[in-house]
Design a protein. Structure first.
Length: 239
């Protein structure tokens, strides 16, 4: 697997070229260390002279975000049938890489980090921008059958099903231990109820299943995250 050190070294090379050695190595290292995961992704993709490959995209996302794209369900199944000009034998490639290559082949230009993140969201329903933002908000996320964001002092958990049809919001053990509550706070319960969630006493959380049978929209996900963040900032930022 691609190592984070290798990623940062490639980013450093491009920065050196841009700055024409007008910045010390130490300053460059500090600049790279201060980058968010999204900034690092943009810089890494920019470091490629040609279009980045599906292999490099999968390795980067696995290394930096901890998400194994090759084990994630492909939502955009139509692209599995799309022809690719990739020289590699597609029979040896995962469905995920096959679809990514189809998108890359259709692009008439070298794709930017932002465009690639939009592509991944369309193919897999994985919003890397949203995931990156969550890490600062003390919200754990279990999605696509794996932990995407998880820290010891996170206050709440968002758990989505394999195809994002259902979403569950739970209190973390840390939250219950430090708040004295045995479930979600009432203000968050009210907000989630207004969004269509139902209380599930067994799990001490709130559950939503899209009646259409389709994946919930990014807007709905955003409303859910926004409701949780509002409660954290208003009442629990000191936990």
């Amino acid at each position: 697997m691609l190592k984070i050190h290798s990623i940062k070294q490639e980013v450093k090379k491009t920065l050196i070229k841009e700055l024409e050695n007008h910045q010390s190595t130490n300053d460059l290292d500090k600049q790279i260390e201060s980058m968010s995961k999204i900034e690092l992704m943009d810089r890494y993709i920019y470091s490629f002279e040609e279009q980045i490959s599906s292999s490099e995209i999968c390795k980067f996302v696995d290394t930096v975000f901890g998400i194994n794209l090759e084990s994630v369900l492909v939502l955009d199944k139509k692209s599995l049938q799309a022809p690719s000009s990739n020289n590699m034998d597609q029979s040896t490639m995962s469905p995920s890489r096959t679809v990514i290559d189809s998108y890359l082949d259709l692009a008439k230009h070298k794709m930017t980090g932002m465009e690639i993140r939009k592509m991944l969201n369309q193919i897999f329903g994985i919003n890397l921008d949203g995931i990156s933002a969550l890490e600062k908000e003390r919200i754990s996320l279990f999605s696509k059958g794996q932990w995407v964001v998880q820290n010891a002092k996170d206050l709440f958990i968002i758990h989505t099903g394999i195809e994002d049809v259902d979403v569950t919001v739970l209190p973390s053990i840390y939250f219950m231990e430090h708040s004295g509550l045995e479930g979600l706070p009432s203000e968050l319960q009210n907000s989630l109820s207004h969004l269509g969630y139902n209380h599930d006493k067994k799990i001490r959380g709130y559950y939503f299943s899209n009646p259409s049978g389709m994946a919930v929209t990014d807007q709905f996900k955003g409303q859910t995250i926004g409701a949780i963040i509002e409660v954290i900032r208003k009442s629990y930022s000191d936990l």
